[in-house]
Design a protein around this ligand. Structure first.
Ligand code: ATP
Ligand code: MG
Length: 327
């Protein structure tokens, strides 16, 4: 049994409650442990549902701030006009309704970790203010004339490609570099090999216990269906699928019929028939553009036109897929 950080990695690959022992995840755990001991900001990226929040928790628990607070803030969930006072606090009477002074979430995370979730959604004005706070290590509550020093480790998480947002000028370059002193990229579930089986078994046990069902595990046919599906919603999607499957299961093992409809059409990673045939005809070589379109259409056929799934299989965003189809 190997050990990563303060916790033992169990034979099931657990790390601070996370399931998974694929080489990619083990490398990630090691990196979390090393980064946890440093002080600079951390930028966590990865598709929706890959475990960005769980990794933040692990990072916090591995750090010497573990006994301090971990405060998550969803930057997309707070109206732009309230964000500044939520983060930095406000003085009494700073604005209508501010009857009492409030210290804000930076202050609440003093001595611990502040998770700025969905950082890509931060409005431009707040980006400038956050940059200043990170540079100075101080925050100024709205309407106050003195600044307050805070000792906070900032972790930012996003499922966007922030580098691309920087190029498009929707995210400040200076803030991006400030936030990404350390970077953690969480791989999508479809790149984690056998972790899928471990997680499917784990969620089956978890929901069977919760629903007082006696299900032995996931049957082989159901497992091979799961393996063919690209899981655009990653671990969160798998968890809800297994919750449904446990509820529907009438036998001892989870069967294909217990799994949702969209799984039955998925053919992830299957090479399209005859796609390479033209390449042997040296006098009629198709253009890259024509091949691209043909492959996109092939994938769309495989998933019955489901664009979300097709984009996940193709490894591009949904908007990019629409662009390819329109061009
Ligand atoms: N490796 C794992 N082992 C067990 N449960 C996991 C694992 N990864 C994720 N989960 C579970 O999947 C769900 C999604 O995880 P989490 O909220 O950390 O994802 P996220 O990357 O923050 O997603 P989003 O981008 O939508 O905010 C949670 O219920 C979490 O407990
Ligand atoms: Mg999250």
């Amino acid at each position: 049994m190997s050990s990563v950080g303060r916790q033992q990695v169990s034979p099931r690959g657990d790390f601070h409650g996370m399931i998974g022992r694929s080489p990619a995840m083990k490398a990630l755990y090691e990196r979390v442990c090393r980064i946890a001991r440093a002080a600079g900001p951390v930028l966590i990226s990865g598709e929706s549902g890959v475990g960005k929040e769980l990794i933040t928790r692990a990072l916090h628990e591995e750090s010497d701030r573990a006994s301090g607070p971990l405060v998550p803030v969803n930057c997309a969930g707070i109206p732009a006009e309230l964000l500044e006072s939520e983060l930095f606090g406000h003085a009494c009477g700073a604005f209508t309704g501010a009857q009492r002074a409030r210290s804000g979430l930076f202050a609440a995370a003093h001595g611990g970790t502040l998770l700025l979730d969905e950082i890509g959604e931060l409005p431009a004005g707040m980006q400038a203010k956050l940059l200043r706070a990170l540079q100075d290590g101080r925050v100024r509550p709205v309407g106050a004339n003195i600044e307050r020093t805070v000792d906070v480790r900032v972790v930012a998480a996003t499922n966007r490609n922030l580098e691309r947002e920087v190029v498009r000028k929707t995210f400040r370059e200076d803030l991006f570099y400030r936030l990404s002193t350390f970077k953690l990229r969480i791989p999508p579930l479809r790149q984690r090999g056998e972790d899928l089986t471990l997680l499917a078994e784990y969620f089956t046990r978890h929901f069977s216990a919760k629903l007082s069902r006696e299900i032995a595990g996931v049957g082989d046919d159901a497992l091979s269906l799961l393996r063919r599906y690209p899981f655009p919603g990653n671990v969160r999607e798998l968890a809800s699928m297994m919750e449904q499957a446990v509820a529907f299961c009438r036998g001892k093992w989870i069967a294909p019929a217990d799994l949702p409809e969209e799984l039955h059409g998925a053919q992830a990673g299957v090479a399209p028939d005859g796609l390479g045939a033209d390449l042997r005809e040296t006098d009629s070589l198709p253009t890259l553009r024509a091949m691209q379109l043909r492959y996109i259409n092939h994938v769309l056929d495989q998933v019955q036109g489901n664009k979300r799934l097709a984009a996940a299989i193709l490894g591009i965003g949904r908007r990019t897929l629409y662009r390819y189809l329109q061009d």
